[in-house]
Write a protein that binds this ligand. Structure first.
Ligand code: SAM
Length: 256
């Protein structure tokens, strides 16, 4: 098993593929797919994968990773972002859109998800992972920074300024509202990494069996309502309404 964090993130992708396709080969867009850790694994399973990312360095790493993996059909890497996504991909051209760790960084999460909805075929699925605000509060409090913990607690995702405050943090209701407003129905909501980001890696890497035990614990906790609100990653798999055609509740001015 690789690092617990990346294995848990891969499980989130694997769940989405299963729900979206049930074993069929899919057209998958990984928005903000970065260096392609998930994208290359998806391509190895036979899915047709496109990564759109604004980082040329990440796309170069993605290319290298694909070559090293000896892919039959390479992952298509596109330099772009959530704001200009529809300049690069055709509407209604994907079965599954993976958007993991990206809405924290974009100027307008609502606009990003409207573009996602347009890129998906009707009935297609999106897999969203965002950073949880309550986990950030807990991390700051455990570090003794109680003032920042309180500030984070009070700041909604809609009021978040990523330039002064760093990556945006969300609570579950905010994610659900963003998706519902764009014609998505939530199919599965889970918590990712309740403890994985908090446990010192020295313990996980050196104690025999610790990595597997932590992975098993996280797999149990991800559906526990008592714990998911505290997880570092909030994962949602949602299906686009079959009748949806380019939903855009507020045009480019909509934030949340
Ligand atoms: C935290 S990394 C996540 C990478 C990958 N999705 C994962 O789960 O490991 C954030 C990625 O989002 C990309 N990104 C930043 N702003 C973006 C935007 N506006 N649209 C799309 N991707 C963006 C970054 O270049 C980076 O590759």
């Amino acid at each position: 098993m690789g690092p617990v964090r990346s294995e848990l993130m891969w499980q989130a992708v694997a769940d989405a593929v299963q729900i979206a396709g049930g074993g069929a080969l899919l057209d998958v867009l990984d928005l903000g797919g970065g260096t392609g850790g998930d994208a290359v694994r998806l391509a190895q399973l036979g899915h047709r994968v496109t990564v759109v990312d604004p980082s040329p360095d990440a796309l170069a790493s993605l290319h290298r990773r694909g070559v090293e993996a000896g892919l039959d059909a390479p992952v298509t890497g596109v330099l772009g972002d959530s704001a200009d996504l529809l300049d690069h991909v055709a509407p209604a051209s994907f079965d599954l859109l993976v958007c993991h760790g990206v809405l924290e960084h974009v100027d307008d999460p609502g606009q990003a998800l409207s573009a996602v909805a347009t890129a998906l075929r009707p009935g297609g699925h999106v897999s969203v992972v965002v950073a949880g605000r309550h986990a950030a509060v807990a991390a700051r409090a455990l570090a003794g920074d109680f003032v920042t913990a309180q500030t984070l607690l009070a700041r909604t995702a809609a009021a978040w300024d990523i330039r002064s405050m760093g990556p945006r943090r969300f609570v579950r209701d905010e994610v659900d509202e963003l998706l519902t407003a764009r014609g998505f129905e939530s199919i599965q909501s889970q918590g990712l990494r309740v403890f994985a980001d908090l446990v010192p890696s020295a313990i996980v890497d050196t104690e025999p069996g610790a990595r597997e035990a932590l992975f098993d614990l996280e797999r149990i906790l991800r559906t526990s309502p008592d714990f998911t609100g505290l997880s570092a990653g909030l994962h949602t798999i949602a299906r686009l309404d079959l009748t949806s055609a380019s939903p855009d509740p507020g045009g480019n001015s909509a934030t949340l």
